[in-house]
Design a protein around this ligand. Structure first.
Ligand SMILES: NC(=O)C1=CN([C@@H]2O[C@H](COP(=O)(O)OP(=O)(O)OC[C@H]3O[C@@H](n4cnc5c(N)ncnc54)[C@H](OP(=O)(O)O)[C@@H]3O)[C@@H](O)[C@H]2O)[C@@H](O)CC1
Ligand SMILES: Nc1ncnc2c1ncn2[C@@H]1O[C@H](COP(=O)(O)OP(=O)(O)O)[C@@H](O)[C@H]1O
Ligand SMILES: [K+]
Length: 480
C-alpha cells in the first residue's frame, strides 16, 4: 500500500518532531537525502553542473543545503533566487561550499546537467508566479535532469490540482511521507519517479493515512478465489439491472465486466436480454422486476436505464449490497440511502457527482477529494468518483483513508468503459468484498486491463477493456 498525508497532518508531525531535535536538524536530514538522490542520478558529482531554483521558503532551503553538499563534492553549483526572500542559512552554506548565485539564470540553465526545483513545496499555492515561469520553462527546455524538491513547484500539495503553470520533473525526492498530490492527477504526472527519503517523521504520523493507493500485492490479496468448497452460489451471484431498448449496449458491457469479477454467476434483469444472451450465453436472464428475479448477493443498477427508473428503488429495497451507477444515480434520496442496512456503492463521474451535490461540475473537478468525502458523508454510501484519478471514499467520517486509483489511463475515457467498471465492481461485491475494496480493486483492474489492451498504442474500446480483464487479473496474481 502506498500512503499519503495532508499538509496539515505533515506540519503537525513536523512540529512534534522538531521539538525533539536541534534547530535545523530536520532540514539537514532532508538535504542529505536529496543530495544522495541527486548523486545517484548524476552518477559522477565531481565536475557536474547543477542549478538550484530557489523560492522564498524552506523548500528553497532544502535545495540550497543539498546544493552545498554537492558543491563540497566538487560539483559546480549555481543558485537562481526566485522569491522576495531566500533561506539565509542555506545560502551561506552554499556560498561557503564554493557555490555561487547565478548572474544570468538562462546562461547557467543552458549548460546544466541537473536542476533542483526548490521554488515551492508544501507551502506553495496557485501555480508558478510570473517571474518563475520563463526560468522554469528554460529548465524544462534544457538537457538537464529536473529533480523536484518534495513536490513539483506549482502543484497543490493536497488536492493534486495544477492551477497555473507547474514545473514538470523527471524525478521527485519527497520527505517523510508521500504528499497527497503525489498520488493524484494532474500533479502526479508532474512528479516523474518519486523517491521517498526518511527523515524520522514516520513515527509522528497518525497510523491511519489520509489517502492510500493499492499496489499489485494488495489487490492480489483482495481478489476472490474459489476453493474446494465453492459452488457458483457460494462464489456469489451478481444481479445486473442495466440497458434499455434505447441503450442495449450498456447491458452487454456491464455484464461483460460482471463476468470477469469473480462472482459465480451473473443474473441480468432488463430489456436487453436478447443482446446480452447473444454475446454471453452464460448469463442468466430475467424479464420481470429485480425483486422477482431470484436471489443475488449484490446488485448493479443504472447503466443505460434511460427513463425506466422504478427498478432503482426495487433494488435499493433489497437487503444486499447495491452498486448504483449512471442513470440510476438520478433518483437517489440521501436519507433513504443512509437508512439502508446493507452497503451501497455509488459510482458517479464528475458530472453526476455535481448533480448529486447540487454544485457546478467545475467545482467537483477542482476539489475531487473534498467532493468524494462530502458525497460519502451526505449519502451514507461508499462513493467511487470516476475520472482522471478515481477516488473511493467510505461513509465513516474519515476513519478509513480515501483510496486513490494509481492504475488509470486517459484511454479509458471512451464510451461504455464506465459500464464495464460497474459490472466488475458489482461482481466483486457479490463475491464478498467490502464496498471500498470492491470499488478500488475494480478501478485498479479496469485501469490495468486498459493498459494491457493498449499494447499496440491504438485506441481501445470498452468491450476490449472487458476482454483484457483476464490478463489484468493474471498480471496481479503473478506478481502478488
Ligand atoms: N514539513 C516537513 O516535515 C519538512 C519540510 N521541509 C521542507 O519545507 C518545505 C515547506 O516549506 P515552507 O513551509 O517554507 O513552504 P514552501 O513550499 O517553501 O513555500 C514557501 C513560500 O513560497 C511562497 N509561495 C507560495 N506560493 C508560491 C508560488 N506559487 N510561487 C512562488 N512562491 C510561492 C510563499 O511565500 P510568499 O512569497 O507568499 O511570502 C510561501 O510562504 C517542504 O515542502 C519541504 O521541502 C524539509 O526541510 C524538512 C521537513
Ligand atoms: N482522463 C481520464 N483518465 C483516466 N481515466 C478516465 C479519464 N476519463 C475517464 N476515465 C475513466 O473512464 C471511465 C468512464 O466512465 P463513464 O464516465 O461512466 O463513461 P461511460 O458512461 O461512457 O461508461 C471511468 O472508469 C473513468 O474513471
Ligand atoms: K519543489
Amino acid at each position: 500500500m502506498r500512503t499519503a498525508y495532508s499538509v496539515q497532518t505533515v506540519r503537525a508531525a513536523e512540529t512534534e518532531l522538531m521539538a525533539r531535535l536541534p534547530q535545523g536538524a530536520l532540514m539537514q536530514r532532508a538535504a542529505a537525502g536529496l543530495a544522495a538522490a541527486c548523486a545517484d542520478l548524476l552518477g559522477r558529482v565531481y565536475g557536474a553542473r547543477v542549478v538550484l531554483l530557489v523560492g522564498s521558503g524552506d523548500n528553497g532551503g532544502d535545495a540550497l543545503y543539498a546544493g552545498a553538499r554537492l558543491a563540497r563534492r566538487g560539483a559546480g553549483v549555481w543558485a537562481v533566487p526566485l522569491g522576495a526572500r531566500i533561506h539565509e542559512g542555506g545560502l551561506a552554506a552554499l556560498l561557503g561550499a564554493g557555490g555561487q548565485v547565478a548572474d544570468d539564470p538562462f546562461e547557467v540553465l543552458a549548460g546544466a546537467e541537473l536542476v533542483l526545483d526548490g521554488i515551492t513545496g508544501i507551502g506553495g499555492h496557485g501555480g508558478l508566479r510570473p517571474d518563475a515561469v520563463p526560468v522554469a520553462r528554460a529548465a524544462r527546455g534544457s538537457n538537464a535532469v529536473v529533480v523536484a524538491v518534495d513536490l513539483p513547484s506549482g502543484v497543490e500539495a493536497d488536492s493534486g490540482e495544477v492551477r497555473g503553470e507547474a514545473l514538470r520533473a523527471d524525478a521527485t525526492v519527497t520527505f517523510g511521507t508521500y504528499k497527497q498530490g503525489l498520488l493524484i492527477d494532474p500533479a502526479k504526472e508532474y512528479a516523474g519517479t518519486v523517491r521517498l527519503v526518511g527523515i524520522g517523521l514516520e513515527a509522528h504520523l497518525p497510523s491511519v493515512p489520509d489517502i492510500e493507493a493499492l499496489q499489485h500485492a494488495d489487490v492480489a490479496q483482495l481478489l476472490p478465489m474459489p476453493t474446494g468448497e465453492s459452488d457458483k452460489y457460494r462464489r456469489g451471484v451478481v444481479g445486473v439491472v442495466a440497458g434499455s431498448a434505447r441503450y442495449p449496449g450498456a447491458a452487454v458491457l456491464a455484464v461483460a465486466g460482471a463476468l470477469r469479477g469473480g462472482a459465480g454467476a451473473v443474473r441480468y434483469v432488463g430489456h436487453a436480454a436478447e443482446a446480452v444472451i447473444a454475446r454471453f450465453p452464460e448469463a442468466l436472464v430475467h424479464g420481470g422486476p429485480p425483486s422477482k428475479a431470484g436471489r443475488v448477493q449484490a446488485w448493479v443498477v443504472g447503466p443505460g436505464l434511460g427513463e425506466d427508473l422504478d427498478v432503482v428503488q426495487d433494488v435499493l429495497d433489497s437487503d444486499v449490497p447495491v452498486l448504483v451507477d449512471a442513470d440510476g444515480l438520478r433518483p437517489l434520496d440521501p436519507s433513504a440511502l443512509r437508512d439502508r442496512a446493507a452497503p451501497t456503492l455509488l459510482t458517479p463521474h464528475a458530472g453526476e457527482a455535481a448533480a448529486l451535490l447540487g454544485m457546478p461540475r467545475e467545482e467537483v473537478e477542482s476539489a475531487r477529494l473534498a467532493s468524494v468525502r462530502e458525497l460519502a458523508a451526505r449519502y451514507g454510501a461508499t462513493v467511487l468518483l470516476k475520472g482522471s484519478t478515481t477516488l473511493v471514499a467510505a461513509p465513516d467520517e474519515g476513519r478509513s483513508p480515501v483510496r486513490v486509483n494509481p492504475m488509470g489511463t486517459p484511454w479509458l475515457a471512451t464510451a461504455g468503459s464506465g459500464d464495464v467498471l460497474s459490472g466488475l465492481a458489482g461482481s466483486l461485491l457479490a463475491a464478498g468484498l467490502e464496498a471500498r475494496d470492491a470499488g478500488s480493486v475494480a478501478a485498479y483492474l479496469h485501469g490495468l486491463a486498459a493498459r494491457h489492451a493498449l499494447t499496440d498504442g491504438a485506441p481501445i474500446t470498452a468491450y476490449e477493456v472487458a476482454g483484457a480483464l483476464r490478463s489484468a487479473w493474471r498480471d496481479v496474481r503473478e506478481s502478488g
